[in-house]
Design a protein around this ligand. Structure first.
Ligand code: GUN
Ligand code: ZN
Length: 425
């Protein structure tokens, strides 16, 4: 099927924080989509053809779909749980809730709801933690495949310091992960992420198993958490007394690489930052979560100056919104408290191409390049009365983007396309 999707088209070819010539903006633009792939992008006048199906999204903006590089699928009913910091929050709310994902029917029901929420918020790809149960990853991969979504996910490996109902063992964690990886990695648009939850819930034996798996599958991402909370860091040092620092736990088991995604990275030591830069390991900033759990303020400029690549993500259910717009809003405010600036162009680059770069997938997602899947978000800058009123005084594209970034949420997502298919209504 061929279709022309018309609107105000915006995409990025460089990081606005680094390069002046960084985006393309077509006031009356269009995207030619055939069999779910982008065939051409250009001015509407140059792409129109007699008889070609058209959908007109003007005056809305069309961008590559948002990418959320850190989110917890089994926390859809944990989001907005009151009053705790990380370790209490995990023990009180999160682990009990994740235990329900042993039930395949529950996991399947939640997977559909989860993906519907992502696309309702304009997110077309995510890197997701599943529960410890292979059923949860099976459910998420199956639902993603049915929607043709580029989903990166893995079952968490965790064998200590948690309820028995959410623990595996080093061998079982290895075997289950391996089986899921062999089934789902590279199947359709799915990719498997090896997922030791974090140092506290994995024994040295399990970390070793995760390292073995990563060495056997160097093309897989590895996702975990690091240095989110001061009590977490202190407990990690107790549990791994010979580690030089938190990163050293992951380093000892051979997990550092350009495929490693380290959620949070707030309270880092200079050696950790230098090693992350040397190994290409990625930091993932989770602003709504870091504020909600009182974790701390991410140092974006410091990491950038050191040569560390960062993504930006929701971290639902520690995070409080599925919206990458709201994530950019809170990210802007955290960087304000740090004396740093997140410009609107840099923000929209980050949520699209920037996150794709953090995943090493910039040729596949976060792009409108010819031949890539037509994963698109259509944004309405006048979605609410307050936004429409503010927009009366917006004069530039950057001002409009900033209004979306600060005031926008799922109401501003007029449509989301996954591989050319509309996901809303
Ligand atoms: N660290 C280990 N597990 C988690 C989790 O589920 N959420 C957050 N925010 N941090 C974690
Ligand atoms: Zn997380």
């Amino acid at each position: 099927m061929r279709q022309l999707i018309r609107g105000r088209v915006l995409d990025f070819h460089a990081d606005p924080a680094e390069t002046e010539d960084n985006h393309r903006y077509l006031e009356d633009g269009a995207i030619l989509v055939e069999d779910g792939l982008i065939r051409a992008v250009g001015d509407y006048a140059s792409l129109r053809e007699p008889g070609l199906a058209e959908i007109d999204h003007r005056p809305n903006l069309i961008l590559p779909g948002f990418i959320d590089p850190h989110i917890h699928f089994p926390q859809v009913q944990v989001i907005a749980s009151w009053g705790a910091q990380l370790l209490d929050w995990l023990n009180t709310y999160t682990f009990p809730e994740e235990s329900r994902f042993a039930d395949r029917a529950h996991a399947t029901a939640m997977a559909g709801r989860f993906l519907d929420l992502l696309t309702a918020h304009g997110t077309t790809s995510a890197v997701a933690f599943c529960s410890v149960h292979p059923e949860s990853a099976e459910a998420l991969f199956a639902a993603s495949e049915a929607r043709n979504m580029a989903m990166i996910a893995g079952k968490v490996m965790m064998d200590r310091n948690a309820l028995p109902a959410v623990q595996d063992t080093p061998q079982q964690g290895y075997d289950d992960s391996k089986r899921l990886l062999e089934k789902w990695h590279g199947r359709g648009r799915g990719r498997y992420a090896i997922t030791p939850r974090f140092a506290i819930t994995s024994s040295p034996e399990q970390m070793h198993a995760a390292g073995t798996l990563a060495a056997e599958h160097p093309d897989c991402h590895v996702q975990t958490h690091m240095s989110e909370n001061l009590d977490e860091i202190a407990l990690t040092k107790q549990l791994y007394p010979s580690a030089r620092d938190y990163l050293d736990v992951y380093e000892k088991y051979g997990l550092l690489s350009e495929n490693l995604l380290l959620g949070h990275c707030i309270h880092l030591e200079p050696r950790e930052i230098a090693r992350m830069a040397e190994t290409g390991s990625r930091a993932v900033f989770c602003p709504t979560s870091n504020l909600f759990l009182g974790s701390g303020l991410f140092d974006e400029a410091g990491l950038r100056a050191a040569g560390v690549t960062s993504g930006i993500a929701t971290d639902v259910g520690g995070g409080t919104s599925y919206s990458m717009l709201q994530t950019l809003n809170e990210g802007y405010k955290i960087l304000q408290l740090r004396g740093q600036k997140l410009t609107p162009l840099a923000a929209f680059h980050w949520a699209t191409r920037g996150n794709a770069i953090a995943l090493g997938m910039e040729d596949e997602i976060g792009t409108l390049a010819k031949g890539s899947a037509a994963d698109l978000v259509v944004l309405d800058s006048r979605a609410t009365p307050a936004m429409a009123l503010r927009m009366e005084r917006a004069e530039t594209l950057a001002q409009e983007l900033f209004i979306l970034q600060i005031m926008g949420d799922d109401r501003a997502v007029a449509q989301t396309y996954v591989a050319g298919q509309p996901m809303k209504r």
